[in-house]
Design a protein around this ligand. Structure first.
Ligand SMILES: CC(C)(COP(=O)(O)OP(=O)(O)OC[C@H]1O[C@@H](n2cnc3c(N)ncnc32)[C@H](O)[C@@H]1OP(=O)(O)O)[C@@H](O)C(=O)NCCC(=O)NCCS
Length: 175
């Protein structure tokens, strides 16, 4: 099942192959440093988009969304909810995000996180949203705090990286 979320300002939906060029064009050094770990290429991006679509179609654990401007339908970022990330407890959902440089500072990441948390709240299997952030990624700490997450400590990720953990309980709304 493919899910589309909107608050009237942004739209979250799974990318299609047609979005690949815009996704690559939106990449910058901050996203490479804090999110993807390396520069993207069309050769890797297209299969990744197909994997994302496959995850949605088969009910897989990784639910990736492109973030679109609702007014123009322009692709402006990316966000993901992972319901079975290694090292996470049952019910915990890892949330991550990136906003293209020209769209930062307009509340886009906060909106995306809030939309995803509202959507997750309707699934009784999802009890807690978690954001894990490198200690010196100042803008991302501000997003987590702005979206109502509380800092709960330091963790070591599967790759050995030390990250600050933020949590937000998901208010169950029923589905
Ligand atoms: C982190 C990132 C997603 C923020 O996106 P954004 O759309 O600019 O964030 P928002 O506009 O929603 O800002 C949310 C809050 O963070 C604050 N904030 C955003 N950028 C900030 C900055 N550079 N310095 C300080 N605070 C910042 C905003 O003021 C806002 O706080 P408020 O609600 O109290 O006013 C963006 O900088 C990015 O894509 N960075 C690279 C990828 C990345 O780091 N992803 C996170 C990995 S954990």
């Amino acid at each position: 099942m493919f899910v589309v979320l909107t608050d009237g300002i942004i739209v979250l939906r799974c990318l299609t192959e047609q979005d690949a060029g815009a996704h690559l064009a939106g990449e910058d050094g901050d996203q490479i440093r804090w999110l993807s770990g390396g520069p993207g290429s069309i050769e890797r991006l297209v299969p990744w988009i197909h994997e994302n679509r496959c995850e949605w179609a088969t009910g897989g654990p990784r639910r990736n969304f492109g973030i679109f401007d609702a007014l123009t339908a322009e692709l402006i970022g990316n966000s993901e909810a992972h319901v079975h990330l290694e090292g996470m407890a049952e019910g915990e959902v890892n949330v991550s995000y990136g906003v293209f440089p020209g769209w930062r500072g307009k509340g886009i990441a906060r909106r995306a996180v809030l939309l995803i948390c509202d959507w997750l709240s309707s699934d009784p299997r999802c009890t807690k949203a978690v954001i894990r952030i490198a200690p010196d990624n100042v803008p991302s700490h501000a997003v987590a705090e702005s979206a109502g997450f509380a800092r709960t400590g330091m963790i070591v990720a599967a790759n050995g990286e030390e990250l600050i953990r933020y949590e937000r309980r998901l208010r169950q709304t029923g589905r």
